[in-house]
Design a protein around this ligand. Structure first.
Ligand SMILES: [Zn+2]
Ligand SMILES: [Zn+2]
Length: 165
């Protein structure tokens, strides 16, 4: 797969003094854990497997792959908990306080997996592939394709007849 080296259009982008490469910051919701990485990614995958659905509580995991050495933990490294599935290549690191997904090294040790949602800044990269399509949540596709059920915020009142809570 092609190696991506796109820079970011960020006004407040930080740079490492050594390489002058653009840096991205990320962290968890409660603010205990924060990290910094270089914007140097090899793959961006949306994984629809059943394990990722359970790990995220959502339809799929959005995972960015980079080198295991491409991370600097800024705060809260001691707050990180880890889970490794006993038989599948499923792992998760998360903040022990708020439960948010955080970067982790995959089980073969070759990649650092960054949950895209843990980044505080927008990345220009778009996903390279959807994987485990066969396990995709049945409700996912229709919800994306039907604009009549999309709102910028939670609608109040819920006027669309297709939505009932
Ligand atoms: Zn947290
Ligand atoms: Zn998965």
């Amino acid at each position: 797969m092609a190696f991506k080296e796109k820079g970011l259009q960020m006004s407040n982008t930080n740079h490492t003094p050594e390489t002058n490469e653009p840096q991205l910051q990320g962290g968890c919701l409660c603010g205990a854990v924060s990290y910094q990485i270089t914007n140097r990614f090899s793959r961006f995958m949306l994984c629809h497997c059943r394990q990722c659905q359970q790990l995220t509580g959502s339809a799929f995991a959005a995972n960015i792959f980079t080198s295991p050495k491409n991370i600097e933990w800024l705060t809260g490294h001691d707050k990180i908990s880890n889970y490794r599935h006993s038989s599948r290549d499923s792992s998760k690191s998360f903040c022990a306080v708020c439960g948010c997904a955080l970067p982790y090294i995959n089980q073969n040790g070759k990649s650092l997996i960054i949950p895209a949602g843990s980044l505080s800044e927008q990345v220009e990269n778009t996903p390279d592939a959807n994987i485990f399509e066969g396990e995709q949540a049945s409700w996912l596709v229709e919800s994306f394709l039907n604009p009549s059920v999309q709102f910028a915020v939670v609608p109040n009142p819920l006027s669309n007849k297709r939505i009932s809570l």
